[in-house]
Design a protein around this ligand. Structure first.
Ligand code: ADP
Ligand code: ADP
Length: 220
């Protein structure tokens, strides 16, 4: 059974815009799925609905038994780090909110910071970090609670090409090691082909799934 499936999901905003119409999508456990499409085709809307941040106007979302919206990690294009808190504290917070003791949370957070190549930056503040490094903190923060589903909304779009390429490589390696389930929104064909096992191509007006392709990426 898929981890999460959407059946006939539609979204009409209060403005009247029909952002999604008749979306049927099943995300399998351990899948790396890219949602590819031009600006305005409803990718972000679909991701927010999967995260439970927006409600569909029609249709249903079914989670495999034991899974729920609380078990989702989200990475946005703008790393939304708390500027007054250290890198370590930014990553421990979701664990502490989940009830973990501070010392254990710090160990766990430090481990994830090392995995995203930020060992030694625990006590730095976000403003001291480059865009790529802030994105790495965001990824560590999203993964530290070990969510069953990781959602990324054009995470690397604002970064320079070299940083972007490095982050793509590192994300792919993390996924190969951990096999968490990923839905990655992008308008880059290159990124989709490089990263994903399955590419779901969306078309605008209204947002629909135009094509679903299985990929054997040359990188793996
Ligand atoms: P994408 O992520 O593919 O660029 P979005 O999901 O952001 O697409 O947007 C899909 C459509 O819904 C667009 O026409 C956009 O203008 C519209 N839209 C997105 N968010 C809102 C909102 N909060 N209120 C009204 N319309 C919105
Ligand atoms: P990344 O792809 O990790 O963002 P950058 O090109 O931003 O890479 O930085 C390359 C390396 O330079 C980083 O991994 C880090 O070791 C170092 N670095 C960048 N910015 C800073 C900073 N503000 N303070 C200390 N070291 C930095």
């Amino acid at each position: 059974a898929p981890l999460v499936s959407l059946r006939g999901v539609a979204k009409r905003y209060a403005t009247g815009t029909l952002a999604l119409d008749g979306i049927d999508l099943a995300v399998r456990q351990g899948d790396f799925l890219a949602l590819l499409g031009p600006s305005g085709c409803g990718k972000s809307t679909l991701l927010r609905i999967m995260a439970g941040l927006a409600a569909p106007s029609a249709g249903a979302i079914d989670w495999a038994a034991g899974e729920g919206r609380g078990d989702v990690g989200f990475v946005f294009q703008e790393p939304t780090l708390m500027p007054w808190a250290t890198v370590l504290r930014n990553v421990t917070l979701p664990l502490e909110l989940a009830g973990m003791k501070r010392a254990e949370a710090e160990d766990r957070a430090a481990e994830w910071l090392a995995r995203v190549e930020l060992g030694g930056f625990e006590h730095a503040y976000p403003r001291a970090l480059s865009g790529g490094m802030k994105m790495r903190v965001s990824i560590a923060r999203a993964l530290v609670t070990r969510p069953r589903l990781l959602l990324l909304d054009e995470p690397f779009a604002a970064l320079d090409e070299i940083t972007r390429f490095r982050l793509n490589n590192d994300l792919l390696k993390l996924w190969q090691d951990e096999r968490f389930t990923v839905v990655f929104v992008t308008h880059s064909v290159f990124e989709s082909v490089f990263l994903a096992e399955r590419i779901v191509v969306m078309a605008p007006r209204p947002g629909r799934i135009a094509q679903s392709l299985e990929v054997t990426a040359p990188a793996r």
